[in-house]
Structure formats: C-alpha cells, structure tokens
Design a binder for this molecule. Structure first.
Ligand SMILES: CC(C)(COP(=O)(O)OP(=O)(O)OC[C@H]1O[C@@H](n2cnc3c(N)ncnc32)[C@H](O)[C@@H]1OP(=O)(O)O)[C@@H](O)C(=O)NCCC(=O)NCCS
Length: 150
C-alpha cells in the first residue's frame, strides 16, 4: 500500500517545489509561484511541507502564522498525475493537526475551485467574503474562514 508523507521543506527543496508548481501554474483559478526568488521568499515566510508518495514529491502544502496567532492556510498543490486520490484532504488534515487549534484560520481560493471550497467547508470553514482581482490578475477570490469566536 502506498504511503503519503509530509516533509518540512528547506531551501534545497526549492526546485522540487517549483517543478510541481509548474504543472498547475497555467490554471486561471490558481495563482502560483514561478521563479526561485519568489519561492525562496515564500519559504522564508511560510511553513512549507513537501508531500511525498512512496518517497516521491507529488505536492506541497503550507501555512503561515500571522499576527495575533491567525493562521493563513496558504499553499496546497497536488501534481495533476496524483489528483483525485484524496491527497489534498490528507494535506488539510495534516495542517489542521499542527495548527487546527488556532482561534482563526483562513484560506483564499478562486470561486470556481469547488474541490478546495467543498473540502474546507467540510471542516467547518465558512465563506466570509468575495474579493475582486485579489492577486491583481483580474480573477476574484473567496475568503474562507474558521473562527472559534463565532
Ligand atoms: C485543489 C487540489 C489541491 C485538490 O487536490 P486532490 O488531491 O485532487 O484533492 P482530493 O483528491 O483530496 O479531493 C478533494 C475533494 O474534491 C472533490 N471533488 C473532485 N472533483 C470535484 C469537482 N469537480 N467539484 C467539487 N468537488 C470535487 C473530491 O470528491 C474530494 O472530496 P471528498 O474528500 O469529500 O471526497 C488540486 O486539484 C490542485 O493542486 N489544484 C491546483 C492548485 C490549487 O488550486 N490549489 C488550491 C489553491 S487554494
């Protein structure tokens, strides 16, 4: 049986990380990272984990702890060759096992990204707002929030 594992990424992993990003960066509903400098900056400001299947990198997942302990569930990418196998759900559960007791967590995703929206809603996140042109690429985004005070 194949095994999915999560590995804290270091700067040595930037190229492996970019190789997966390359496979999805063309998607209109995904605003990804395309160069080493941007990736290094991302690694410096986020907790980045590579996802491996039987030891081979097939995705990445990340989060960022912001002011006041707010958690931004930042990145989640699965290699298209390995999508539809429940790996993204495992990646969400992995991050929730690390930071799921935060008082507020949020995700930013495209309104057409129904896989992502459906999964986070299933963990109690709610759609909080719609932002036009969120990343400056002309595409809107939804903000999904899990807030313990609500
Ligand atoms: C979004 C993404 C991470 C999902 O990865 P994945 O490993 O294929 O996801 P999973 O196999 O865990 O499936 C996720 C859920 O979506 C559901 N799903 C599949 N196709 C769907 C569709 N067309 N509409 C709605 N839900 C769908 C699955 O049934 C599953 O739900 P379940 O766990 O309740 O059965 C992957 O498609 C990806 O990397 N996309 C490009 C990058 C991206 O958009 N990242 C998210 C940025 S916020």
């Amino acid at each position: 049986m194949s095994e999915i594992t999560f590995h804290k990424a270091t700067l040595d992993d930037v190229d492996a990380y970019l190789a997966i990003e390359q496979k999805v960066i063309h998607l209109r509903m995904y605003s990804g990272i395309s160069d080493r400098e941007e990736a290094r900056e991302d690694f410096a400001t986020n907790e980045v984990y590579l996802i491996k299947k039987d030891g081979v990198v097939i995705g990445s997942t990340e989060y960022q702890i912001q002011e006041g302990g707010i958690v931004y569930m930042s990145g989640l990418v699965i290699d298209p060759d390995f999508q539809g196998l429940g790996i993204a759900r495992k990646a969400i559960e992995f991050r929730l096992s690390l930071v799921g007791d935060a008082k507020r967590m949020y995700v930013v995703t495209h309104p057409h990204n129904s896989k992502v929206i459906g999964m986070y809603l299933s963990y109690g996140f709610m759609i909080e707002s719609w932002k036009d042109d969120y990343y400056g690429d002309g595409e809107p985004r939804l903000i999904l929030v899990f807030d313990r005070s609500k």
